[in-house]
Write a protein that binds this ligand. Structure first.
Ligand code: BG6
Length: 476
């Protein structure tokens, strides 16, 4: 483990992401003992002119009711936080920030240069380039005695291939790839992290995980609420950029990739890139777009918005393992439930009418894996019925708290483990898949179908599923 004092700098400290995710995750890491108070200091940076205590009080407010039970811990945690105000594109603020960080390092007797500086950009991507320039210019850890400077950023990384590449190039001029941590928080979810273990450590799956046995794979994200105050952001991006091009595609990579040479982050990411590079161009007839009725009533959404809030897209991977197997990615807002799951449907057993084997990995809510299979109906008669082998985490792992994705990912950034972060070439390959389709939607050449909020989405999407080979199974 690395030692030396650690400064965590949250830029955009008064924004939504910091409030909902970054500070709560830092607090949880602190409570679990991963941020020892004799080493760590947290700096909030933003434009607003407020005092340290103002920021601390705000953060206390973010934690809500839960934290009142641990008010002593919360108070100790808050004492680790200092606020610095400044703009995102001029040197003054960043020089001041650097001075504060250096003072903290000196006060902790950190050996010159062994300190660690983690910059978390909880900011809109438009300011990533100036902020990265300022960090590079004013705030780098200034020695090679084992210390480091790392940058954490989060999507949207551009809007299409060209803009993403431009952003990558701008940031890439300032920081090396090992210093950059591109967060996709789906990679921090327990059952996503479980995928490689599941696939490569179980004889059950090894010989079956291919086109000979698997008929189709679905990766599904549903939310039972609409854009809720985020209409302005969302309308610029839409469901494909918000969920499918990143979260669901990352999951697809882990489901489809070959076994990596080793568990080293680079070997794993190499295999993920190969999957993305093998995806064939998307066909118009394998896309269904939707927009929920009432979406345009949001005052921040333009009256004639063509932005999809729902999409089903079939991807086809052109390689020996997956040729002919549709990967159906489906995501939607304002649907009938909140759920994210992977459904691997096996081919029919010849002559067997009861239903297919299906293996389901539920990422949320209530993490679970279950396998649908055919058994004899219990009783005197000889008939068959579909049933489930069920591993529900709450039951099986009672009392084990499953960490929040951001907690895990921030800890990885401190430890320097990039496995669960998106590499530049991965990002590029992901944009290559979706950019042609996105441009057609942006140009109004493809239009979303209206659907009722609280429904399953457009009926056409179910028809596309059936056409891709998915057969409704029974039971759960
Ligand atoms: C974010 C999207 O990346 O993921 C949101 O921008 C979405 O629109 C959220 O609501 C979903 O995350 P989770 O972890 O609740 O599934």
């Amino acid at each position: 483990p690395e030692t030396g004092c650690l400064s965590i700098i949250v830029l955009g400290a008064s924004g939504d992401l910091a409030k909902k995710k970054t500070f709560p995750a830092l607090y949880n890491l602190y409570r679990r003992g991963f941020l020892p108070s004799n080493e760590v200091y947290i700096f909030g940076y933003a434009r607003t002119k407020i005092s340290d205590d103002d920021l601390r009080n705000r953060i206390r407010g973010y934690f809500g009711e839960d934290a009142s039970e641990h008010s002593e811990d919360v108070s100790k945690f808050l004492q680790l936080i200092k606020y610095v105000s400044g703009s995102y594109d001029t040197e003054d603020g960043f020089r001041l920030l650097d001075k504060e960080i250096s003072e903290h390092e000196v006060s902790k007797n950190s050996a010159e240069g062994s300190s660690r500086r983690l910059f978390y950009l909880a900011l809109p991507p438009s300011v990533y380039p100036p902020v990265c320039r300022m960090i590079r210019k004013c705030c780098m850890n200034r020695s090679d005695l084992g210390g480091w400077t790392r940058i954490v950023i989060e999507k949207p990384f551009g809007k299409d291939l060209e803009s993403a590449e431009k952003l990558s190039a701008q940031i890439g001029e300032l920081f090396e790839e090992p210093q950059l941590y591109r967060i996709d928080h789906y990679l921090g979810k327990e059952l996503v992290q479980n995928l490689l273990v599941l696939r490569f450590a179980n004889r059950f799956f090894l010989p079956l995980w291919n086109r000979d046995n698997i008929d189709n794979v679905q990766i599904v994200f549903r939310e039972d609420f609409g854009t809720e105050g985020r209409g302005g952001y969302f309308d610029e991006y839409g469901i494909i950029r918000d969920i499918i091009q990143n979260h669901l595609l990352q999951v697809l990579c882990l489901v489809a990739m070959e076994k990596p040479v080793s568990l080293k982050p680079e070997h794993i990411r190499d295999e993920k890139v190969k999957v993305l590079q093998s995806v064939l161009p998307i066909k118009d007839e394998e896309v269904v777009l939707g927009q929920y009725e009432g979406y345009r009533d949001d005052p921040t959404v333009p009256d004639h918005s063509n932005t999809p809030t729902f999409a089903t897209v079939v991807l086809r991977i052109h390689n020996e393992r997956w040729e002919g197997v549709p990967f159906i990615l489906k995501a939607g807002k304002a649907l009938n439930s909140r759920k994210a799951e992977i459904r691997v449907q096996f081919k029919d057993v010849p002559g067997q009418k009861q239903g297919r084997n299906e293996f389901v990995i539920r990422l949320q809510p209530s993490e679970a894996m279950y396998m649908k299979l055919t058994v004899k109906q219990p009783g005197l008669e000889m008939s068959t019925v579909q049933s489930e082998l069920d591993l529900s985490y709450k039951q099986r792992y009672q009392g084990v708290a499953i960490p929040e994705a951001y907690e895990r990912l921030i800890l990885d950034t401190i430890r320097g483990d990039q496995q669960h972060f998106v590499r530049r070439d991965e990002l590029k390959a992901a944009w290559e898949i979706f950019t042609p389709l996105l441009h057609r939607i942006d140009d109004g050449e493809m239009k979303p179908l209206q659907y009722q909020p609280g429904s399953r989405g457009p009926v056409k999407a179910d028809e596309l599923l059936a056409k891709a080979g998915y057969v409704q199974t029974h039971g759960y």
